[in-house]
Design a protein around this ligand. Structure first.
Ligand SMILES: [Zn+2]
Length: 144
């Protein structure tokens, strides 16, 4: 399996937290592994420590809500008006799978997810750095 379901679900919540707190786009690249993952964002600067804390608190607050992770299918045209489809593989087809994390996040995705955010465990942002317009965040998860 290319993606760990807990880590990958955490990526969804992290992306939405980045959109809400920093106003940036979802990550354009992600390397998801069971022990440690990283996500790259197009941004104009590094994060400040207060922002790191706020991000982590928002993510953990959402995970602790026990949000249900659900999927639905939309035709490509409808999905394209609501979501960016650029990270989907070209062969994703005409029925696009949308993954919702409770009322917090929704995005098109083909990967594996947990059923409830309580399964993810505690989110820990372990480092951040900024190079050439790319903000890289690395994170790991505590046991659920
Ligand atoms: Zn996903």
């Amino acid at each position: 399996m290319p993606h760990d379901p807990r880590m990958h679900t955490a990526e969804h919540v992290l992306n939405q937290a980045m959109v809400r707190t920093l106003g940036c786009a979802r990550c354009f690249s992600a390397h998801i592994n069971r022990k440690k993952s990283k996500c790259d964002y197009r941004f104009h600067r590094d994060l400040q420590e207060g922002e790191v804390r706020a991000l982590q608190e928002l993510i953990n607050a959402q995970l602790r809500r026990g949000l249900e992770v659900r999927e639905e299918y939309l035709d490509r045209g409808t999905a394209g008006t609501c979501f960016g489809l650029e990270r989907l593989p070209a062969d994703a087809g005409d029925r696009i799978r949308i993954v919702r994390v409770g009322d917090f996040d929704a995005c098109p995705c083909i990967g594996p997810h947990v059923k409830n955010t309580l399964e993810v465990g505690r989110f820990l942002l372990i480092s951040h750095d900024f190079t050439d317009g790319v903000l890289r965040l690395r994170f790991k998860l505590g046991s659920p």
